[in-house]
Write a protein that binds this ligand. Sequence first.
Ligand SMILES: NC(=O)c1ccc[n+]([C@@H]2O[C@H](COP(=O)([O-])OP(=O)(O)OC[C@H]3O[C@@H](n4cnc5c(N)ncnc54)[C@H](O)[C@@H]3O)[C@@H](O)[C@H]2O)c1
Length: 422
Amino acid sequence: MAQNDHLTLQDEELGRKGKQRIDWAWRKMPVLQRVMQEWEKTQPLKDIRIAACLHISAKTANLARVLKAGGARLVLCASNPLSTQDDIAAALNVVYGIPTYARRGVDNDTYYRQIHAALDSEPQLTIDDGADLVTTLHEKRPAQVGQVIGGTEETTTGVIRLRAMAKDGALKYPVVAVNDALTKHLFDNRYGTGQSTMDGILRATNYLLAGAVFVVIGYGWCGRGIAARARGLGARVIVVEVNPFKALEALMDGYGVSDMKTAAAQADFIVTATGDIHAVGKEHIPYLKDGVILANAGHFNVEIDISELEAQAVSRRIVKDNVEEFLMPDGRRIFLLGEGRLVNLACGEGHPCEVMDLSFTNQALSAAWLVSMHGRLQPTVYKVPPEIDERVARMKLDAYGVKIEELTDEQRRYLTSWEAGT
Ligand SMILES: NC(=O)c1ccc[n+]([C@@H]2O[C@H](COP(=O)([O-])OP(=O)(O)OC[C@H]3O[C@@H](n4cnc5c(N)ncnc54)[C@H](O)[C@@H]3O)[C@@H](O)[C@H]2O)c1
């Protein structure tokens, strides 16, 4: 067995199953399809070594195929120990020949060994989701940092970490905040997380949402999507926020808004989407109702204070796939889905293909942009260039067969002048 083989899945039968799902997703990824056709000819990533730390799903496999078609020498690892879909990891290894260090349910130590295995490929570009790859590279393998041209970051939490690194002078190469592209967070975080969070909760519980009290903590892009989809299924939604503008927005969007203790005392379901630590914390646990379902849609498993839940409980046990019960001394049972990891990936298949078509086209085009700008960028966090963002939106509209209006010259002049008034 070659070094690191134990960190990968090489099962042929599993790989064949994974390929079917990758092909199925590809049907609804027309923008990436277009990029692939173009890149097979233009090869913008020719011989560039890329390490990508992403949720190993069918959509990610299709991004990997596109990067490889563009000439990249690509290695993948998982961005979360519980989000890997094993059949997809196997397919990437045995069908597509893309080394993929990922297995569902590995422990923390193995998770980081997989990241190190990906970094052994000496990447010139990093593609990250949550910034574990970038921080491991900077902290544990500083000698390698000099050969990196740049990186891209997929999610809100990762962008927050990278901006903090840049502020401290710790970031040593340019990174593009893919999350901040309009064609990313407006669709992926909102519609993607919205739908797939419901999907994960329903697969894990099979419970009815109609009539249930559904608490969403955090009314950012993800929270807005989750609240809208929960309402669509008939739940009575209560939003908990710390930001007064977002709280006001939730109120005028027609939701109940309250502080956490009040919401906790009513909730049948609670979903965190804050990117923050202990949104469900020690002080809230005594207020939770018997039978409440807790789930997290934020990036890390820190949003629900699981150690505190365990400390207050008399027992903790798995009651079915992806559902754990915490029995409290007063007899209340509190249920946690997917070990408090992103529920849409831990208990479901992650975002729908159509939104990942947008997010991953931004990833691919931003990677090629970094290569084209080699030597001209600073070690800081960059926006996705607006022309890339707009191109992605236009390609998606085109794929849907939707035509939009164009400004006339007269309108363009009017909208950039000040002379004409009442
Ligand atoms: N599950 C997924 O597939 C998926 C997809 C995209 C993003 N994410 C992750 O979801 C998280 C949220 O992302 P976003 O784009 O919605 O971020 P956002 O910044 O748009 O929204 C977060 C909101 O949470 C609020 N908040 C922070 N701490 C809070 C607290 N203790 N109580 C109540 N509200 C609080 C903030 O005021 C903000 O409005 C991040 O960790 C992000 O990386 C997950």
